[in-house]
Write a protein that binds this ligand. Structure first.
Ligand code: SF4
Length: 703
């Protein structure tokens, strides 16, 4: 639809997609979005990518949920190709809010009576605001009495956060991504910002143009490589041998920053002893990069005045994801490349509020600000502050919760804005778990694949319809304002959480998200210098922000680390192979990820007219030579099999994928990549190995 004339209103907001956090202007006419423009935000300086500019129309898609729904008696809980995603009435009937909320609360109370607090769980969302995430985890902890609360951070950077907290006691970035503007050497490893963080990518390209050495490390090719000084297309899963070879070189050639190590780093001798066995000459075969290149990039990183590392899920989504991140932390610590402008460690966050949702405690081991649920003092403080009996043991994570449902340990679940029936590894297992629940409540804006397994579906508010703060990958807390009216009987998420809380016995009386933000500032030192009014006035404030006068601190760890001693800790790593490697039956490596146009499980971007018309169908990316070997033309159907299942998708020729590899985006419900992925977990971050499993590809008999 083309809109002409003047908008009825122009609302200052942000972008609902990636963690870059571009600030936007939403132009609205007749409660529809006419256009979206970039604003001069600190992260985007008027820039937007195709998702931010053209992808917001999902909010007014005809498939929006407008009434609470209750499952019809006797209808099977399932989602498959035969279910019509736009017709919930095969499975559900409409209900009033009162009936739906009563049924919601009854199911939770029944589970509490039958199984106790550990029989309940909740998945909140990295797409919701900080205030919604805070309320959600508070409801699960204070209302259900359990720490079984998590969200999709478990599937993206949990291992990065585990390594960062272990090494430097902070899971957030040490520097904003625009630090690259001042860097002399930039490592981008396991990330593809041109697709997943496009506005950030524009700054990295500018830095390369200015003369910074851009080093890309990625088993797949990518078009950012055109701007790179070096592109290391290493073997999938071989991060540790490659990175340890760089650490070996830096130590062997005397390129360490001894003063920094002496003053600020522990356990250097242990690291030094471990990496002796990882010389570049020995590791070249293991990682597929020649020794000379390994030495050159190590020297460039260590010798540059200012070096910075950006990483993505290519690093984190492995059974050795925490080890991969430990290596990156070690690289920066032994060279003193942290705590100064142009230097740092930056795990690029995928979703627009994955940073904030973790910060406010939407994870099973921490209260807000990463305070351990197992620390008796902190636990007592929260029992008093929230006036409730709380669990003092860490809860289960995303995949562990699914396993506990299958094991009959969990019988009720509350899911807000997440889609595990598409995003979990081995989704057949996840869907079986969802179907097995005695009571599942899903709060969302669309009938997602997960919602089809629910007993009660609650119609929620879209990003463009709400007030709230969102924290971007740089730790910038930014204000989002309502531009559209909610459709039908949809309600604000914070209101729905509160109504459920009241019905299970909590005495809550928030009247606006700003009340929730005010409560958050009482317990979170990181944002105690902020008020709702200040964030609204300034639009974007970086935490830590410790007083009303504090402008916010884009760089941290300048003088010390937030550990008890102020010193960082090095953790040596060993070789851990992928959980499943290719063999005669499954000879290829499957890896998964996102596309430029589609974001996560596609529940939003596949309902955006422009984005879905650019990338409308499920595809498997394969090298043209391999397609030729199989006798497959691009556009023909292939069947991709792993030990978990099979999917039927079109083949796409892609020279960025090496010959033994197949890449499948995980956003397509009709060819769900996660039907195939391996649920094996990294033992520290509990993140599944989405980036590597053994697979087989065949020309499909069904064309
Ligand atoms: Fe939105 Fe990220 Fe694109 Fe910016 S770069 S417009 S935040 S998707």
């Amino acid at each position: 639809q083309v809109y002409k004339g003047k908008p009825d209103k122009i609302i200052n907001s942000s972008c609902p997609f990636c963690g870059v956090g571009c600030l936007t202007e939403i132009h609205v006419k007749d409660n529809k979005i006419m256009q979206v423009k970039g604003r001069n935000g600190p992260a985007n300086q008027n820039r937007l990518c195709v998702k931010g500019r053209f992808g917001m129309d999902y909010a007014t898609h005809e498939g929006r949920l407008t009434k609470p729904l209750i499952r019809k008696e006797g209808v099977e809980k399932r989602w498959d190709d035969e279910v019509d995603p736009n017709n919930p009435f095969t499975h559900f009937r409409e209900a009033t809010w009162e009936e739906a909320l009563e049924k919601t609360a009854e199911g939770f109370k029944k589970a509490l009576a039958e199984k106790g607090p550990k029989g309940l769980s909740g998945f909140g969302s990295a797409k919701g605001s900080n205030e919604e995430a805070y309320l959600f985890q508070k409801l699960v902890r204070a209302g259900f009495g359990t720490n079984n609360v998590d969200h999709c951070t478990r599937l993206c950077h949990a291992s990065s956060v585990a390594a960062l907290i272990e090494g430097i006691s902070s899971g957030a970035v040490s520097a904003p991504f625009r630090a690259a503007e001042e860097s002399d050497c930039i490592i981008m490893i396991g990330c593809r910002p041109n697709w997943n963080h496009p506005v950030a990518a524009s700054y990295f390209k500018q830095a390369a143009k200015r003369g910074a050495k851009l080093i890309i490390m990625d088993p797949r090719g990518q078009n950012m490589a055109r701007h790179a000084w070096k592109h290391l297309q290493f073997k999938p899963g071989a991060d540790v041998p490659m990175l340890n070879a760089m650490i070996h070189t830096i130590i062997e050639e005397g390129l360490t920053d001894e003063q920094f190590i002496q003053a600020r780093v522990d356990d250097y001798e242990e690291l030094k002893a471990k990496v002796k066995e990882f010389s570049p000459e020995k590791m070249a075969d293991a990682c597929g990069i020649d020794a000379q290149t390994l030495r050159e990039v190590a020297r460039a990183y260590a010798k540059a005045d200012k070096s910075i590392i950006f990483w993505g899920m290519g690093v984190s989504q492995h059974v050795h994801g925490t080890d991969n991140a430990r290596c990156l932390i070690a690289l920066s610590l032994i060279t003193g490349q942290v705590g100064r402008t142009g230097t740092g460690l930056h795990p690029l966050r995928g979703q627009n509020n994955v940073q904030g949702a973790s910060d406010v405690g939407l994870i099973p081991m921490f209260y807000p600000d990463y305070k351990s649920v197992e620390n008796p003092e902190i636990h007592a403080k929260y029992e008093e502050f929230w006036g409730a009996k709380l669990d003092n043991k860490r809860g289960l994570t995303v995949v562990e919760i699914m396993n506990a449902i299958i094991a009959d340990e969990i019988q009720a679940m509350y899911i807000m804005g997440e889609n595990p029936a598409m995003s979990d590894p081995d989704v057949h297992h996840a869907r079986s778990a969802l179907a097995k629940l005695d009571h599942l409540v899903v709060q969302d804006i669309f009938m997602t694949e997960t919602a089809f397994h629910a007993d009660v579906v609650l119609p929620a508010s879209a990003f463009q319809e709400k007030w709230g703060t969102f924290s971007n990958t740089d730790r910038k807390v930014q204000m989002v304002r309502p531009a559209l009216d909610m459709p039908g009987d949809a309600r604000q998420d914070w209101w729905i959480i509160q109504e459920i809380a009241k019905r299970i016995g909590l005495d809550w009386s928030y009247s606006h998200p700003k009340d929730v933000f005010g409560e958050m500032t009482q317990v979170m030192d990181s944002i105690k210098g902020m008020t709702w009014e200040r964030v609204d006035r300034e639009d974007s404030i970086t935490y830590p922000c410790t007083s009303p006068e504090d402008p916010g601190q884009p760089y941290v760890f300048i003088d010390d680390f937030p550990t008890p001693t102020g010193r960082a800790r090095l953790v040596p790593t060993d070789l851990v192979p992928p959980a499943e490697t290719p063999d005669a039956e499954y000879p290829m490596v499957l890896t998964t990820g996102r596309l430029l146009e589609h974001w996560h499980t596609g529940s939003m971007t596949r309902r955006s007219a422009v984005l879905d018309s650019i990338e409308p169908e499920a595809v498997a990316h394969l090298h043209p030579k391999y397609l030729a070997e199989l006798g497959i033309q691009p556009g023909e159907f292939v069947d991709v099999h792993t030990r978990r299942g099979s999917i039927h998708v079109k083949a796409r020729a892609d020279r960025d994928v090496s010959e033994g590899m197949v890449f499948i985006p995980f956003c397509f419900a009709e060819g769900p990549a996660n039907m195939l992925t391996n649920p094996q977990l990294d033992p520290f971050g509990k993140i599944p190995e989405f980036k590597y499993c053994a697979a087989k590809v065949e020309k499909s008999p069904k064309q």
